[in-house]
Design a protein around this ligand. Structure first.
Ligand SMILES: [Cu+2]
Length: 96
């Protein structure tokens, strides 16, 4: 994981993220995604049910990682997986 990662998310078994609540600091946020699950996941950041920015991180199988940067103002967001059937991967992200 990069030392300057501002948000670290791991996909874990049973199509879940590793936490139900994440936090980050407003501004440019380096997001790091790791896959500890056996299926593909694609992470986006949403506000309500709308995708924010153009960050899209994909991990295809166990052990793969991806990273990218998104600029977020303070507010309430969610860490969401857009793979069909993965709607339960919807954890809160509080940016302050
Ligand atoms: Cu997923």
């Amino acid at each position: 994981m990069p030392a300057d990662a501002g948000l670290v998310v791991k996909a874990v078994a049973s199509i879940r993220w590793d936490a139900t609540e994440y936090t980050a600091t407003a501004g440019d946020i380096k997001v790091f995604l790791a896959n500890d699950d056996s299926v593909k996941h694609v992470l986006v950041i949403r506000q309500g049910d709308k995708v924010v920015g153009d960050l899209e991180l994909a991990v295809t199988k166990k052990g793969t990682v991806d990273e990218g940067t998104i600029n977020l103002e303070a507010g309430a967001y969610s860490v969401y997986c857009i793979v069909p059937g993965h709607g339960g991967m919807n954890s809160s992200l509080t940016v302050s």
